[in-house]
Design a protein around this ligand. Structure first.
Ligand SMILES: [Ca+2]
Ligand SMILES: [Zn+2]
Ligand SMILES: [Zn+2]
Length: 303
């Protein structure tokens, strides 16, 4: 993404195929086009949702803004918020057809850390985030330090320079920084014509601000993995910086099979904001969603 969470000039898109990067056209329109393509990709079902206006309407609907199809200040405010790297569009599959873990015990391994927090803090916050979910459902998590787990968790940088997403895709960076994320083979759907980018998948990070993290729905290979952008300033909820617990709880919600929610109280809301304070908890909607997938944990075992 093109925008930093720090106030500053909007960066101009340098993408080689960017049609908005013409003299007289504000750089913001370009940033918005990239944003819409990335977070509101059109699916086969809605072919007419290819246009800029249609995608913008989809975004406005998702964020409960007036659905005008026109760029306005409310759209810009949303676009400038740091957020999750996953799209906001959702396939309306019934919960029984959505990917989820079948095993009652799901393993995880933390393979790389941020320099912003002590390792024990990261370990503790990841366990706390997982427990937010597991205390509601009949599933538990077990940490492993060796071997291939179900869920790989780690921090990584997008690359040595911050450039717009599309350029990063087309150059296919192989910065050699951290390619340890690939657990097994890359799923067929992710191969396309691109080569893996900086941190071992096809979704490079973008420097400070913009995308904070992303995660994969349950499945083999990259499935369930959660990656955090090491170019953010991560915090334990006190002081400046992005609250790692809030972002980890969100991403691990994806690792369990949840999608983004339009409800600003939901931990699955895609942008990072004031709600993500030290004492946040799952919303009633979050608990309903996760229990729709996995069922309820019996009262006696709930801690
Ligand atoms: Ca970022
Ligand atoms: Zn997300
Ligand atoms: Zn990644």
């Amino acid at each position: 993404m093109l925008l930093s969470r720090h106030s500053g000039p909007l960066r101009k898109c340098q993408g080689p195929n960017c049609t908005w990067n013409t003299p007289g056209r504000p750089a913001l329109s370009c940033g918005l086009e990239e944003y819409l393509k990335r977070f509101y990709p059109s699916d086969a079902k809605s072919r007419d949702a290819d246009g800029f206006g249609a995608r913008l309407k989809e975004m406005q609907k998702f964020f409960r803004l007036p659905v005008t199809g026109m760029l306005d200040s409310r759209v810009i405010v949303v676009m400038q918020q740091p957020r999750c790297g996953l799209p906001d569009t959702r396939e309306d599959l019934p919960s029984r057809n959505r990917p989820k873990w079948i095993s009652k015990v799901v393993t995880y391994r933390i393979i790389s850390y941020t320099r912003d927090l002590p390792r024990v803090t990261v370990d503790h916050l990841v366990a706390k985030a997982l427990n937010m979910w597991s205390k509601e459902i009949p599933l538990s998590f077990r940490r492993v330090v060796l071997g291939i787990p179900d869920i790989v968790i780690g921090f990584a940088r997008g690359g040595p320079n911050v450039t717009p997403t599309r350029q990063a895709f087309s150059l296919g960076w192989l910065s050699g920084l951290s390619s340890g994320f690939l657990k097994q083979n890359v799923p067929e759907a992710h191969k396309h014509a691109h080569r893996p980018a900086a941190h071992g998948d096809f979704y490079p990070f973008d420097g400070p601000g913009g995308t904070l993290a992303h995660a994969y729905e349950p499945g083999p290979g990259l499935g369930g993995d959660a990656h955090f952008d090491e170019d953010e300033r991560w915090a334990d909820g006190r002081g400046l910086g992005i609250n790692f617990l809030a972002v980890a709880t969100h991403e691990l919600g994806h690792s369990l099979g949840l999608r983004h929610s339009s409800d600003p109280d939901s931990v699955m809301y895609p942008t990072y904001g004031a709600r993500d304070s030290e004492n946040f908890k799952l919303s009633p909607g979050d608990i309903r969603e996760i229990q729709e997938l996995y069922g309820k944990r019996s009262k006696s075992r709930k801690k």
